[in-house]
Design a binder for this molecule. Structure first.
Ligand code: PNS
Length: 156
């Protein structure tokens, strides 16, 4: 499973999901709550936007969970968490979560290094740029761009 806040999904997420989907028979992308982040999109819309962005990947489904990641994995009998890793800045927190999830439930985390052309993308930066009417159309799937333009009143 590929967990995250996905608020909203970016081209970086889509890259990681596509590459994870090529490694496993089935992949579930799960929207989970990150207590450290306030959300712009509600969970239902985050799921819909992911679903649209990965609709071409036959072995990918989308789910959500309001609880511990390891509890979702246990109840779905999912043995592996896959996460994209951008740069050294991600590493400390991601390593900590991976070690904690393994200690809590014996669930392994596999890190996929992001492709260089999306390594600088983050949902937070995308939202910040959109809020100041910057053009994020090259950074996110088309429907996400449309919604950000609607929400922020930015330019098309
Ligand atoms: O996209 P993000 O914000 O980096 O994803 C972080 C996320 C949502 C995967 C993480 O916050 C998480 O697992 N949340 C669910 C609650 C949980 O299990 N917390 C303990 C993590 S060790």
């Amino acid at each position: 499973m590929c967990p995250g806040s996905f608020d909203p999904v970016t081209n970086g997420h889509v890259d990681a999901i596509s590459r994870a989907a090529a490694l496993y028979d089935e992949l579930v992308v799960a929207v989970l709550v990150n207590p450290g982040k306030a959300g712009l999109f509600d969970v239902a819309e985050r799921m819909a936007l992911i679903g649209e962005a990965v609709s071409g990947l036959a072995n990918v489904t989308v789910d959500s969970f309001d609880g511990l990641l390891v509890d979702w994995c246990r109840s779905h009998d999912v043995p592996v968490i896959v996460k994209g890793l951008r740069a050294v800045g991600d590493f400390e927190y991601e390593l900590q979560m991976a070690q904690m999830n393994r200690e809590l439930a014996g669930i392994e985390t596999v890190f996929l290094p992001t492709a260089p052309h999306v390594g600088h993308l983050s949902s937070s930066l995308v939202k910040q740029i959109a809020r100041f009417d910057g053009d994020v159309s090259g950074l996110v799937p088309p429907r996400v761009n449309d919604r950000l333009v609607q929400i922020t009143g930015g330019r098309p």
